[in-house]
Ligand binder design. Structure first.
Ligand SMILES: Cc1cc2nc3c(=O)[nH]c(=O)nc-3n(C[C@H](O)[C@H](O)[C@H](O)COP(=O)(O)OP(=O)(O)OC[C@H]3O[C@@H](n4cnc5c(N)ncnc54)[C@H](O)[C@@H]3O)c2cc1C
Length: 463
Protein backbone atom coordinates (compact mmCIF):
# COMPACT_ATOMS: atom_id res chain seq x y z
CA UNK A 1 0.00 0.00 0.00
CA UNK A 2 1.46 3.42 -0.89
CA UNK A 3 2.46 5.48 2.13
CA UNK A 4 0.18 8.38 3.05
CA UNK A 5 3.05 10.00 4.99
CA UNK A 6 4.15 13.34 3.56
CA UNK A 7 7.47 13.06 1.77
CA UNK A 8 10.05 15.37 0.22
CA UNK A 9 13.06 17.25 1.58
CA UNK A 10 10.99 19.29 4.05
CA UNK A 11 9.17 16.40 5.66
CA UNK A 12 10.78 12.95 5.27
CA UNK A 13 13.69 11.66 7.34
CA UNK A 14 16.96 13.53 7.09
CA UNK A 15 19.66 11.42 5.50
CA UNK A 16 23.08 11.97 7.04
CA UNK A 17 25.99 10.50 5.13
CA UNK A 18 28.92 9.70 7.41
CA UNK A 19 28.70 8.61 11.04
CA UNK A 20 31.88 10.31 12.22
CA UNK A 21 32.01 13.19 14.66
CA UNK A 22 29.97 15.66 12.61
CA UNK A 23 27.41 13.12 11.37
CA UNK A 24 26.88 11.68 14.86
CA UNK A 25 26.41 15.12 16.42
CA UNK A 26 24.00 16.09 13.62
CA UNK A 27 22.02 12.86 14.04
CA UNK A 28 21.75 13.45 17.80
CA UNK A 29 20.58 17.05 17.42
CA UNK A 30 17.89 16.05 14.92
CA UNK A 31 16.84 12.75 16.45
CA UNK A 32 16.55 14.16 19.95
CA UNK A 33 14.30 16.92 18.54
CA UNK A 34 11.95 14.28 17.18
CA UNK A 35 13.13 14.51 13.55
CA UNK A 36 13.70 11.07 12.01
CA UNK A 37 17.18 10.40 10.68
CA UNK A 38 18.78 7.77 8.48
CA UNK A 39 22.48 7.74 9.28
CA UNK A 40 24.58 6.08 6.57
CA UNK A 41 28.00 4.91 7.74
CA UNK A 42 30.14 2.80 5.44
CA UNK A 43 32.23 1.14 8.15
CA UNK A 44 32.70 -1.80 8.65
CA UNK A 45 31.48 -2.67 5.13
CA UNK A 46 34.19 -0.37 3.79
CA UNK A 47 36.93 1.03 6.01
CA UNK A 48 38.83 4.29 5.51
CA UNK A 49 42.62 4.34 5.52
CA UNK A 50 42.65 5.66 9.09
CA UNK A 51 39.63 4.26 10.98
CA UNK A 52 40.06 0.95 12.84
CA UNK A 53 36.63 0.12 14.25
CA UNK A 54 32.96 0.16 13.36
CA UNK A 55 32.04 2.60 16.16
CA UNK A 56 30.37 5.85 15.23
CA UNK A 57 32.46 8.95 16.05
CA UNK A 58 35.74 7.06 16.13
CA UNK A 59 38.73 9.28 16.90
CA UNK A 60 41.21 8.43 14.17
CA UNK A 61 44.37 9.65 15.83
CA UNK A 62 44.99 11.50 19.08
CA UNK A 63 42.55 10.80 21.93
CA UNK A 64 42.18 14.43 22.95
CA UNK A 65 39.43 16.87 22.12
CA UNK A 66 41.87 19.69 22.85
CA UNK A 67 42.31 22.03 25.77
CA UNK A 68 39.53 22.59 28.25
CA UNK A 69 41.25 25.53 29.94
CA UNK A 70 39.15 28.70 30.12
CA UNK A 71 41.90 30.92 28.64
CA UNK A 72 42.23 28.84 25.46
CA UNK A 73 40.18 29.00 22.27
CA UNK A 74 39.27 25.25 22.37
CA UNK A 75 38.28 25.57 26.04
CA UNK A 76 35.95 28.49 25.33
CA UNK A 77 34.57 26.75 22.26
CA UNK A 78 33.65 23.66 24.30
CA UNK A 79 31.83 25.94 26.76
CA UNK A 80 29.78 27.30 23.86
CA UNK A 81 29.06 23.83 22.49
CA UNK A 82 27.84 22.69 25.89
CA UNK A 83 25.20 25.46 25.77
CA UNK A 84 23.70 23.69 22.76
CA UNK A 85 23.70 20.29 24.47
CA UNK A 86 26.48 18.86 22.31
CA UNK A 87 26.60 15.07 22.38
CA UNK A 88 30.30 15.05 21.53
CA UNK A 89 31.23 17.33 24.43
CA UNK A 90 28.99 15.41 26.87
CA UNK A 91 30.46 12.06 25.75
CA UNK A 92 33.96 13.56 26.02
CA UNK A 93 33.31 14.55 29.60
CA UNK A 94 31.84 11.15 30.43
CA UNK A 95 34.80 9.28 28.89
CA UNK A 96 37.53 11.65 30.09
CA UNK A 97 40.90 10.41 31.24
CA UNK A 98 43.40 12.55 33.20
CA UNK A 99 45.45 14.73 30.84
CA UNK A 100 46.24 18.01 32.61
CA UNK A 101 44.45 20.86 30.91
CA UNK A 102 43.25 18.77 27.97
CA UNK A 103 39.97 16.93 27.52
CA UNK A 104 41.47 13.53 26.69
CA UNK A 105 39.17 10.54 26.46
CA UNK A 106 39.12 6.78 26.57
CA UNK A 107 38.49 6.51 22.84
CA UNK A 108 36.51 3.24 22.97
CA UNK A 109 34.26 4.43 25.77
CA UNK A 110 33.79 7.77 23.96
CA UNK A 111 32.77 6.16 20.66
CA UNK A 112 30.67 3.46 22.36
CA UNK A 113 28.79 6.11 24.37
CA UNK A 114 27.93 8.00 21.19
CA UNK A 115 27.00 4.86 19.25
CA UNK A 116 24.75 3.68 22.08
CA UNK A 117 23.17 7.10 22.55
CA UNK A 118 22.22 7.23 18.87
CA UNK A 119 21.09 3.62 18.73
CA UNK A 120 18.80 4.18 21.71
CA UNK A 121 17.03 7.18 20.16
CA UNK A 122 14.50 5.09 18.28
CA UNK A 123 14.09 7.52 15.38
CA UNK A 124 17.69 7.25 14.14
CA UNK A 125 18.21 4.30 11.78
CA UNK A 126 21.85 3.42 11.30
CA UNK A 127 22.53 1.91 7.90
CA UNK A 128 25.93 0.39 7.26
CA UNK A 129 26.58 1.11 3.60
CA UNK A 130 28.78 3.20 1.38
CA UNK A 131 26.81 5.97 -0.29
CA UNK A 132 28.28 6.50 -3.73
CA UNK A 133 26.16 9.41 -4.91
CA UNK A 134 23.85 11.96 -3.34
CA UNK A 135 20.20 10.97 -3.03
CA UNK A 136 17.77 12.89 -5.27
CA UNK A 137 17.60 16.36 -3.63
CA UNK A 138 14.10 16.97 -4.91
CA UNK A 139 12.79 14.29 -2.55
CA UNK A 140 15.49 13.84 0.11
CA UNK A 141 17.00 16.20 2.69
CA UNK A 142 20.67 15.31 3.04
CA UNK A 143 23.60 16.30 5.22
CA UNK A 144 26.97 15.19 3.83
CA UNK A 145 29.49 14.62 6.63
CA UNK A 146 31.92 12.12 5.17
CA UNK A 147 35.03 13.82 6.49
CA UNK A 148 38.63 14.06 5.35
CA UNK A 149 38.62 10.48 4.01
CA UNK A 150 35.39 10.62 2.02
CA UNK A 151 35.20 7.49 -0.13
CA UNK A 152 36.44 7.85 -3.66
CA UNK A 153 33.12 7.06 -5.32
CA UNK A 154 31.26 9.69 -3.33
CA UNK A 155 34.02 12.26 -3.83
CA UNK A 156 33.77 11.74 -7.57
CA UNK A 157 30.04 12.23 -7.42
CA UNK A 158 30.40 15.38 -5.27
CA UNK A 159 32.27 17.05 -8.12
CA UNK A 160 28.96 17.30 -9.95
CA UNK A 161 27.68 19.49 -7.13
CA UNK A 162 30.76 21.48 -6.32
CA UNK A 163 32.71 21.54 -9.60
CA UNK A 164 36.17 19.99 -9.66
CA UNK A 165 37.75 23.38 -8.85
CA UNK A 166 35.94 23.66 -5.52
CA UNK A 167 36.69 20.20 -4.10
CA UNK A 168 40.17 19.56 -2.69
CA UNK A 169 42.03 16.41 -1.69
CA UNK A 170 44.97 17.92 0.19
CA UNK A 171 45.24 20.95 2.39
CA UNK A 172 48.25 23.24 2.47
CA UNK A 173 48.04 25.20 5.68
CA UNK A 174 50.39 28.06 6.48
CA UNK A 175 50.96 29.14 10.09
CA UNK A 176 49.04 32.11 11.43
CA UNK A 177 50.24 34.50 14.10
CA UNK A 178 48.53 36.77 16.58
CA UNK A 179 48.94 40.20 14.93
CA UNK A 180 49.53 41.86 18.31
CA UNK A 181 52.69 39.81 18.79
CA UNK A 182 54.38 40.85 15.52
CA UNK A 183 57.03 43.57 15.84
CA UNK A 184 55.56 46.19 13.53
CA UNK A 185 58.69 48.36 13.80
CA UNK A 186 60.58 45.78 11.78
CA UNK A 187 58.00 45.21 9.03
CA UNK A 188 56.60 47.57 6.42
CA UNK A 189 53.19 47.53 4.79
CA UNK A 190 53.32 47.39 0.99
CA UNK A 191 52.01 45.43 -1.96
CA UNK A 192 54.49 44.10 -4.48
CA UNK A 193 55.10 46.79 -7.12
CA UNK A 194 52.89 49.13 -5.06
CA UNK A 195 53.63 52.81 -4.53
CA UNK A 196 56.98 52.92 -2.73
CA UNK A 197 56.10 56.27 -1.10
CA UNK A 198 52.85 54.96 0.36
CA UNK A 199 52.65 53.17 3.68
CA UNK A 200 49.49 51.39 2.53
CA UNK A 201 49.32 47.86 1.32
CA UNK A 202 47.69 44.60 2.17
CA UNK A 203 50.95 42.84 3.06
CA UNK A 204 53.17 43.30 6.07
CA UNK A 205 56.67 42.60 4.75
CA UNK A 206 59.33 41.32 7.11
CA UNK A 207 62.68 41.97 5.40
CA UNK A 208 65.73 39.74 5.79
CA UNK A 209 69.35 40.49 5.01
CA UNK A 210 71.63 37.91 3.44
CA UNK A 211 72.98 36.54 6.73
CA UNK A 212 69.48 36.21 8.20
CA UNK A 213 68.27 34.45 5.07
CA UNK A 214 71.19 32.01 5.04
CA UNK A 215 70.68 31.17 8.73
CA UNK A 216 66.98 30.60 8.10
CA UNK A 217 67.68 28.26 5.17
CA UNK A 218 70.20 26.26 7.25
CA UNK A 219 67.61 25.82 9.99
CA UNK A 220 64.89 24.82 7.53
CA UNK A 221 67.06 22.23 5.83
CA UNK A 222 68.10 20.66 9.12
CA UNK A 223 64.60 20.61 10.64
CA UNK A 224 62.53 17.53 11.32
CA UNK A 225 59.33 17.13 9.37
CA UNK A 226 56.23 14.96 9.77
CA UNK A 227 56.48 11.85 7.57
CA UNK A 228 53.64 11.23 5.11
CA UNK A 229 51.06 8.60 5.99
CA UNK A 230 50.91 5.43 3.85
CA UNK A 231 47.83 6.72 2.06
CA UNK A 232 49.29 10.15 1.29
CA UNK A 233 50.88 10.63 -2.10
CA UNK A 234 53.52 13.31 -2.35
CA UNK A 235 52.63 13.93 -5.98
CA UNK A 236 49.52 15.76 -4.85
CA UNK A 237 51.67 18.38 -3.20
CA UNK A 238 53.35 19.61 -6.37
CA UNK A 239 51.05 22.59 -6.85
CA UNK A 240 51.44 23.75 -3.28
CA UNK A 241 54.77 22.62 -1.97
CA UNK A 242 55.90 22.82 1.65
CA UNK A 243 58.51 25.55 2.07
CA UNK A 244 61.14 23.09 3.31
CA UNK A 245 60.64 21.11 0.06
CA UNK A 246 61.17 24.29 -1.97
CA UNK A 247 64.30 25.09 0.08
CA UNK A 248 65.52 21.56 -0.57
CA UNK A 249 65.67 22.30 -4.30
CA UNK A 250 68.39 24.89 -3.82
CA UNK A 251 69.38 27.58 -1.34
CA UNK A 252 68.10 30.36 -3.55
CA UNK A 253 64.78 28.79 -4.50
CA UNK A 254 62.77 30.43 -1.70
CA UNK A 255 64.19 33.81 -2.77
CA UNK A 256 62.63 33.14 -6.15
CA UNK A 257 59.45 31.74 -4.58
CA UNK A 258 57.41 32.81 -1.54
CA UNK A 259 60.27 34.90 -0.10
CA UNK A 260 61.04 36.84 -3.27
CA UNK A 261 61.81 40.51 -2.64
CA UNK A 262 61.09 41.80 -6.16
CA UNK A 263 58.76 44.76 -6.37
CA UNK A 264 59.37 45.69 -2.74
CA UNK A 265 61.49 48.45 -1.32
CA UNK A 266 62.18 48.82 2.41
CA UNK A 267 61.24 52.45 3.21
CA UNK A 268 63.96 52.63 5.88
CA UNK A 269 66.84 51.81 3.53
CA UNK A 270 65.15 52.69 0.25
CA UNK A 271 66.51 49.38 -1.06
CA UNK A 272 65.13 46.03 -2.01
CA UNK A 273 65.68 43.54 0.86
CA UNK A 274 67.60 40.29 0.26
CA UNK A 275 64.46 38.27 1.01
CA UNK A 276 61.03 38.96 2.45
CA UNK A 277 58.43 37.07 4.46
CA UNK A 278 54.97 38.43 3.68
CA UNK A 279 52.13 38.41 6.20
CA UNK A 280 48.53 38.87 5.11
CA UNK A 281 45.40 39.33 7.21
CA UNK A 282 43.75 35.98 7.83
CA UNK A 283 40.50 37.21 9.31
CA UNK A 284 38.58 40.33 8.49
CA UNK A 285 39.36 41.87 11.86
CA UNK A 286 43.07 41.49 11.08
CA UNK A 287 43.71 39.98 14.50
CA UNK A 288 45.45 37.02 12.86
CA UNK A 289 47.87 37.06 9.94
CA UNK A 290 49.20 34.21 7.88
CA UNK A 291 52.71 33.67 6.58
CA UNK A 292 52.03 33.73 2.86
CA UNK A 293 53.19 30.61 1.03
CA UNK A 294 54.58 29.03 4.20
CA UNK A 295 52.62 25.76 4.11
CA UNK A 296 54.86 23.23 5.76
CA UNK A 297 55.23 19.69 7.04
CA UNK A 298 57.76 20.61 9.72
CA UNK A 299 57.05 19.25 13.18
CA UNK A 300 55.18 21.78 15.32
CA UNK A 301 58.09 22.38 17.73
CA UNK A 302 60.40 23.02 14.79
CA UNK A 303 57.97 25.48 13.25
CA UNK A 304 57.75 27.64 16.37
CA UNK A 305 61.54 27.61 16.76
CA UNK A 306 62.44 28.30 13.14
CA UNK A 307 59.72 30.81 12.29
CA UNK A 308 60.70 32.88 15.32
CA UNK A 309 64.04 33.38 13.55
CA UNK A 310 62.19 35.64 11.08
CA UNK A 311 62.87 39.28 12.00
CA UNK A 312 59.71 40.66 13.61
CA UNK A 313 58.43 37.25 14.72
CA UNK A 314 60.88 36.72 17.60
CA UNK A 315 58.05 36.94 20.15
CA UNK A 316 55.22 35.82 17.88
CA UNK A 317 52.37 33.78 19.25
CA UNK A 318 51.38 31.14 16.70
CA UNK A 319 47.61 30.73 16.71
CA UNK A 320 47.84 27.86 14.25
CA UNK A 321 50.82 25.98 12.90
CA UNK A 322 51.21 24.81 9.34
CA UNK A 323 50.49 21.41 7.82
CA UNK A 324 50.06 19.65 4.54
CA UNK A 325 47.98 16.50 4.68
CA UNK A 326 45.39 14.36 3.01
CA UNK A 327 42.04 15.98 3.44
CA UNK A 328 38.81 16.31 1.52
CA UNK A 329 37.11 19.69 1.71
CA UNK A 330 35.02 22.02 -0.36
CA UNK A 331 35.24 25.71 -1.08
CA UNK A 332 32.70 26.68 1.57
CA UNK A 333 32.81 30.47 1.12
CA UNK A 334 31.89 29.98 -2.51
CA UNK A 335 29.43 27.10 -2.22
CA UNK A 336 27.50 27.22 1.05
CA UNK A 337 25.02 29.62 2.63
CA UNK A 338 25.34 30.61 6.32
CA UNK A 339 23.25 27.54 7.31
CA UNK A 340 25.78 25.28 5.50
CA UNK A 341 23.35 24.49 2.65
CA UNK A 342 24.51 24.32 -0.93
CA UNK A 343 23.48 27.65 -2.43
CA UNK A 344 22.55 25.96 -5.70
CA UNK A 345 20.59 23.16 -3.99
CA UNK A 346 19.48 24.00 -0.43
CA UNK A 347 18.17 20.53 0.37
CA UNK A 348 21.80 19.40 0.53
CA UNK A 349 23.92 20.54 3.51
CA UNK A 350 27.56 19.87 4.22
CA UNK A 351 29.13 19.47 7.65
CA UNK A 352 32.28 18.56 9.53
CA UNK A 353 35.80 18.65 8.24
CA UNK A 354 34.46 18.50 4.70
CA UNK A 355 33.51 22.18 4.94
CA UNK A 356 37.02 23.31 5.81
CA UNK A 357 37.33 23.21 9.55
CA UNK A 358 40.12 21.39 11.34
CA UNK A 359 39.83 19.15 14.36
CA UNK A 360 37.47 16.86 16.19
CA UNK A 361 35.57 19.55 18.10
CA UNK A 362 35.32 22.00 15.21
CA UNK A 363 34.00 19.24 12.94
CA UNK A 364 31.41 18.18 15.52
CA UNK A 365 30.29 21.79 15.91
CA UNK A 366 29.76 22.11 12.20
CA UNK A 367 27.60 18.96 12.27
CA UNK A 368 25.63 20.52 15.07
CA UNK A 369 25.10 23.78 13.17
CA UNK A 370 24.03 22.03 9.96
CA UNK A 371 21.47 20.02 11.98
CA UNK A 372 20.10 23.05 13.83
CA UNK A 373 19.48 24.71 10.49
CA UNK A 374 17.63 21.66 9.17
CA UNK A 375 15.55 21.55 12.36
CA UNK A 376 14.74 25.27 11.95
CA UNK A 377 13.66 24.65 8.34
CA UNK A 378 11.15 22.13 9.61
CA UNK A 379 9.73 24.81 11.88
CA UNK A 380 9.61 27.25 8.99
CA UNK A 381 12.18 29.58 10.47
CA UNK A 382 15.67 30.82 9.61
CA UNK A 383 18.41 30.94 12.25
CA UNK A 384 20.64 33.92 12.85
CA UNK A 385 24.25 32.69 13.13
CA UNK A 386 25.98 33.10 16.50
CA UNK A 387 27.63 36.50 17.13
CA UNK A 388 31.18 36.90 15.85
CA UNK A 389 32.37 37.77 19.35
CA UNK A 390 32.12 34.04 20.08
CA UNK A 391 34.43 31.24 18.90
CA UNK A 392 31.55 29.44 17.19
CA UNK A 393 30.43 32.63 15.46
CA UNK A 394 34.01 33.52 14.51
CA UNK A 395 34.61 30.12 12.92
CA UNK A 396 31.35 30.31 10.95
CA UNK A 397 32.18 33.84 9.90
CA UNK A 398 35.58 32.69 8.61
CA UNK A 399 33.97 29.87 6.63
CA UNK A 400 31.50 32.33 5.11
CA UNK A 401 33.78 35.28 4.40
CA UNK A 402 37.24 33.80 3.73
CA UNK A 403 38.71 34.58 0.34
CA UNK A 404 37.51 31.69 -1.88
CA UNK A 405 40.72 31.75 -3.90
CA UNK A 406 43.20 29.65 -1.94
CA UNK A 407 40.63 28.79 0.76
CA UNK A 408 42.21 26.62 3.50
CA UNK A 409 40.82 24.92 6.61
CA UNK A 410 40.68 26.64 10.00
CA UNK A 411 40.59 25.64 13.64
CA UNK A 412 39.32 27.78 16.51
CA UNK A 413 41.77 30.41 17.76
CA UNK A 414 41.77 33.90 19.22
CA UNK A 415 42.31 35.41 15.78
CA UNK A 416 38.67 34.61 15.02
CA UNK A 417 37.50 37.10 17.64
CA UNK A 418 37.35 40.83 16.91
CA UNK A 419 40.38 42.86 17.99
CA UNK A 420 40.60 43.30 21.74
CA UNK A 421 39.86 46.92 22.59
CA UNK A 422 41.91 46.61 25.75
CA UNK A 423 45.72 46.59 25.51
CA UNK A 424 47.27 44.07 27.89
CA UNK A 425 50.83 43.21 28.81
CA UNK A 426 52.03 39.72 27.93
CA UNK A 427 52.03 38.71 31.61
CA UNK A 428 48.32 39.60 31.88
CA UNK A 429 47.29 37.89 28.63
CA UNK A 430 46.10 34.67 30.26
CA UNK A 431 43.86 36.46 32.73
CA UNK A 432 42.47 38.70 29.98
CA UNK A 433 41.68 35.67 27.84
CA UNK A 434 39.77 34.03 30.68
CA UNK A 435 37.69 37.22 30.83
CA UNK A 436 37.17 37.31 27.04
CA UNK A 437 36.15 33.66 27.13
CA UNK A 438 33.64 34.29 29.88
CA UNK A 439 32.14 37.14 27.86
CA UNK A 440 32.05 34.98 24.71
CA UNK A 441 30.21 32.13 26.43
CA UNK A 442 27.74 34.59 27.98
CA UNK A 443 27.13 36.20 24.60
CA UNK A 444 26.70 32.76 23.08
CA UNK A 445 24.23 31.70 25.78
CA UNK A 446 22.14 34.84 25.22
CA UNK A 447 22.11 34.19 21.48
CA UNK A 448 21.14 30.54 22.01
CA UNK A 449 18.30 31.51 24.36
CA UNK A 450 17.02 34.17 21.92
CA UNK A 451 17.05 31.60 19.13
CA UNK A 452 15.41 28.99 21.35
CA UNK A 453 18.41 26.68 20.96
CA UNK A 454 19.80 26.44 24.49
CA UNK A 455 19.66 22.87 25.84
CA UNK A 456 20.73 20.84 28.79
CA UNK A 457 23.49 18.27 28.41
CA UNK A 458 22.29 14.99 26.93
CA UNK A 459 21.44 12.55 29.71
CA UNK A 460 24.07 9.87 29.13
CA UNK A 461 24.37 6.72 31.26
CA UNK A 462 26.76 7.12 34.18
CA UNK A 463 30.22 5.71 33.58
C1 LIG B 1 44.95 10.48 9.63
C2 LIG B 1 44.20 11.55 10.32
C3 LIG B 1 44.55 11.93 11.60
C4 LIG B 1 43.85 12.94 12.26
N1 LIG B 1 44.20 13.28 13.53
C5 LIG B 1 43.49 14.21 14.21
C6 LIG B 1 43.79 14.52 15.57
O1 LIG B 1 44.68 13.93 16.16
N2 LIG B 1 43.06 15.47 16.19
C7 LIG B 1 42.04 16.11 15.57
O2 LIG B 1 41.39 16.96 16.19
N3 LIG B 1 41.71 15.84 14.29
C8 LIG B 1 42.42 14.90 13.60
N4 LIG B 1 42.12 14.59 12.31
C9 LIG B 1 41.06 15.28 11.69
C10 LIG B 1 39.80 14.47 12.01
O3 LIG B 1 39.58 13.47 11.10
C11 LIG B 1 38.65 15.34 12.06
O4 LIG B 1 38.92 16.34 12.96
C12 LIG B 1 37.33 14.66 12.41
O5 LIG B 1 37.35 13.27 12.54
C13 LIG B 1 36.44 15.05 11.30
O6 LIG B 1 35.14 14.71 11.63
P1 LIG B 1 34.14 14.39 10.47
O7 LIG B 1 32.90 13.92 11.09
O8 LIG B 1 34.08 15.52 9.52
O9 LIG B 1 34.84 13.17 9.69
P2 LIG B 1 35.09 11.69 10.26
O10 LIG B 1 35.14 11.68 11.73
O11 LIG B 1 36.22 11.14 9.48
O12 LIG B 1 33.74 10.93 9.82
C14 LIG B 1 33.41 10.71 8.49
C15 LIG B 1 32.70 9.37 8.42
O13 LIG B 1 32.17 9.21 7.11
C16 LIG B 1 32.33 7.86 6.71
N5 LIG B 1 32.28 7.85 5.26
C17 LIG B 1 33.19 8.32 4.37
N6 LIG B 1 32.74 8.17 3.10
C18 LIG B 1 31.51 7.58 3.19
C19 LIG B 1 30.54 7.19 2.24
N7 LIG B 1 30.73 7.36 0.95
N8 LIG B 1 29.40 6.61 2.68
C20 LIG B 1 29.17 6.42 4.01
N9 LIG B 1 30.07 6.77 4.97
C21 LIG B 1 31.22 7.37 4.55
C22 LIG B 1 33.66 7.47 7.33
O14 LIG B 1 33.76 6.08 7.49
C23 LIG B 1 33.62 8.20 8.67
O15 LIG B 1 33.09 7.41 9.69
C24 LIG B 1 42.79 13.59 11.61
C25 LIG B 1 42.44 13.23 10.32
C26 LIG B 1 43.13 12.22 9.67
C27 LIG B 1 42.71 11.84 8.28
Amino acid sequence: MPSTEPSGPLSGPVHIIGGGLAGSEAAWQLGSRGIPVVLHEMRPVRQTAAHQTDWLAELVCSNTLGSKMPHTAPGIFKGELAVLGSLIVAAGELAHVPAGGALAVDRDLFAATITNALSSLGNVSIVREEVTSLPDPSITRTIVATGPLTSEALATSLKEWTSADDLYFYDAIAPIVNSETVDLDIGFWADRYGDAESSDGDYLNLPMNKAEYEGFIDALLAAEHVPSKDFEEERFFQGCQPIEAIAGKGRESLRFGPMKPVGLSDPRSGRRPWAVVQLRKETRHGTAMNLVGFQTKLKYGEQSRIFRMIPGLESAEFLRLGSVHRNTFINTPRLLDPGLRLRQCPSVSFAGQLIGCEGYTESSAMGLWAALNVAAERQGRELTPPPIGTMFGGLLDYLRTAEPKGFQPMNVNFGLLPEDTQRVKKKDRKERRVERGRVAVELFSRWATDQDLARRDPALPAR
